[in-house]
Design a protein around this ligand. Structure first.
Ligand code: NAG
Ligand code: NAG
Ligand code: NAG
Ligand code: NAG
Ligand code: NAG
Ligand code: NAG
Length: 313
C-alpha cells in the first residue's frame, strides 16, 4: 500500500525543475449576493459550534487562526465534520499541514448554493508562492451531489454574521499544490504515465486550464502488462498516445461524485465504467489506491490497472 505522504514527494524528481510553472488560473471574482447575513454576532466559529464541529474548532484554535475565521469578511467557509477529520491520513494531521488545510477552507466573498457552477474555481485563503490556491466546485448527477475540491457539501448556506458556511462530509485535502495534471503525474510510482504523456504528446494538453480527469496506473500496473502490449508500445508514439488518451476523461470527476454504473468516455473514445462502490470505487476493474489528487486543471486518480484499448492487446 502506498502512503499518502506521496504527495510530499511529488516533484522530488529533477525533471520537475524543468517543467513550466502552473498557469494562472481563471478565478471568479467574489460577489455579493441575495444572502442576508445574520446580525446576532454569531461568526462562522459559533456556527461551527452549533454544528458540533468540535474537531474543526479545536484545530482553528491550535493553529491560531481564530482571527481568520472571525474577521468581517464576508467569507464563505467550508466546515468539515468531526468524522471527516478522522478519515484524513495521519500525514495530514500534522498541525502545520492542518493550518494550510484550514486556510484552504476559507473563501473570499459569498458563494451561496444558488451561485455555484460546475467547474467554477473559488479563490481560497491558502497562499502558495504568491498565488492563492483555488477550490474547484463540481455538480454531479443533476445537482444531487455538489463537491468542493472533491468533498461533498451536505448542508448549504448556513448564515453567520461574517459569512456563510457549507458543511462538508470530507476534509478538502490532497490540494492542488503540485500544479497541473502534467506536473502531478511526476510521482516516483507513476513514471510510465509521466513519460507516456510526454512521448504521446499529451503533456501540453494536461498543462492548460481545461479540466480533465487523469487515471494514472502505477508503474507496477505497467510492469504487469502482457509482453506483446509492451512490444507494441516501445518506440511507437502513436500507440503510446492512444494508450494515454484512454486514461483521460474530459471534465473533473472526483470519486465522491461517482456512482455505480457511471460511464465515462475517454479521449480515445472508449468507455470505462464505475463498477462498484462499497466504500471503495473501482473503474473497469481497477482499484483506486490513491484517489482524488486535485490539480489546478482537474483531478488525478492512481489506478492498479492499465486501460489497454482493444487494438493494443
Ligand atoms: C454585536 O457586538 C457588538 C460589539 O461587541 C455590540 O456593540 C452589538 O450590540 C452586538 N450586536 C448584537 C445584535 O448582539
Ligand atoms: C497567535 O496570533 C497572535 C496575533 O494574532 C500572536 O500574537 C501570537 O503570538 C500567535 N500565537 C502563536 C502560537 O502563533
Ligand atoms: C490569516 O492567516 C494568515 C496565515 O496565518 C495570516 O498571514 C493572515 O494575516 C490572516 N488573515 C487575517 C485577516 O487574519
Ligand atoms: C518479450 O518479447 C521479446 C520480443 O519478442 C522477447 O525478446 C522477450 O524474451 C520476451 N520476454 C518475455 C518475458 O517473454
Ligand atoms: C504504431 O501503433 C499504431 C497504433 O497502434 C499502429 O497503427 C502502427 O502500425 C504502429 N506502427 C509501427 C511501426 O508498429
Ligand atoms: C477499501 O480499501 C481499503 C484499503 O485498501 C480496505 O482496507 C477496505 O477494506 C476496503 N473497503 C471495502 C469495503 O472493500
Amino acid at each position: 500500500m502506498f502512503s499518502c505522504s506521496l504527495k510530499y514527494m511529488l516533484c522530488a524528481s529533477i525533471l520537475c525543475a524543468f517543467l513550466p510553472k502552473p498557469f494562472n488560473s481563471l478565478t471568479l471574482s467574489p460577489r455579493k449576493d441575495d444572502i442576508t447575513l445574520t446580525n446576532d454576532n454569531a461568526s462562522v466559529l459559533e456556527i461551527a459550534e452549533k454544528l458540533g464541529a468540535t474537531t474543526f474548532l479545536d484545530y482553528v484554535h491550535k493553529t491560531n487562526l481564530t482571527k481568520n475565521f472571525t474577521r468581517p469578511g464576508p467569507l464563505t467557509v467550508f466546515i468539515p465534520s468531526n468524522q471527516a477529520f478522522e478519515e484524513i491520513p495521519d500525514e495530514e494531521k500534522d498541525l502545520s499541514v492542518i493550518k494550510t488545510l484550514l486556510l484552504y477552507h476559507i473563501i473570499h466573498g459569498l458563494h451561496p448554493k444558488s451561485t455555484i457552477k460546475n467547474e467554477a474555481k473559488l479563490k481560497s485563503e491558502y497562499k502558495m508562492e504568491d498565488k492563492y490556491l483555488d477550490v474547484r466546485m463540481n455538480i454531479y448527477h443533476n445537482g444531487q451531489i455538489i463537491t468542493a475540491s472533491g468533498s461533498p457539501i451536505v448542508n448549504f448556506d448556513i448564515k453567520a454574521s461574517n459569512g456563510i458556511v457549507h458543511f462538508l462530509s470530507r476534509v478538502m485535502y490532497l490540494l492542488p499544490e503540485s500544479g497541473t495534471l502534467a506536473q502531478q503525474a511526476y510521482t516516483p510510482i507513476t513514471r510510465y504515465v509521466a513519460y507516456g504523456l510526454m512521448d504521446g504528446g499529451l503533456a501540453e494538453k494536461l498543462n492548460k486550464k481545461e479540466p480533465y480527469t487523469l487515471f494514472a496506473p502505477t508503474d507496477l500496473a505497467f510492469e504487469q502488462l502482457p509482453n506483446k502490449t509492451m512490444q507494441i508500445l516501445i518506440g511507437n508514439k502513436t500507440a503510446i498516445r492512444r494508450l494515454m488518451e484512454n486514461h483521460i476523461v474530459s471534465g473533473t470527476y472526483f470519486t465522491k461524485g461517482m456512482r455505480e454504473k457511471d460511464k465515462f468516455t475517454t479521449l480515445l473514445g472508449e468507455t470505462i465504467q464505475v463498477d462498484s462502490i462499497k466504500g471503495n470505487v473501482t473503474i473497469s476493474g481497477a482499484l483506486l489506491p490513491l484517489p482524488d489528487f486535485t490539480a489546478t486543471n482537474g483531478v488525478m486518480h492512481l489506478t492498479t490497472k492499465v486501460f489497454v484499448p482493444p487494438d493494443l492487446f
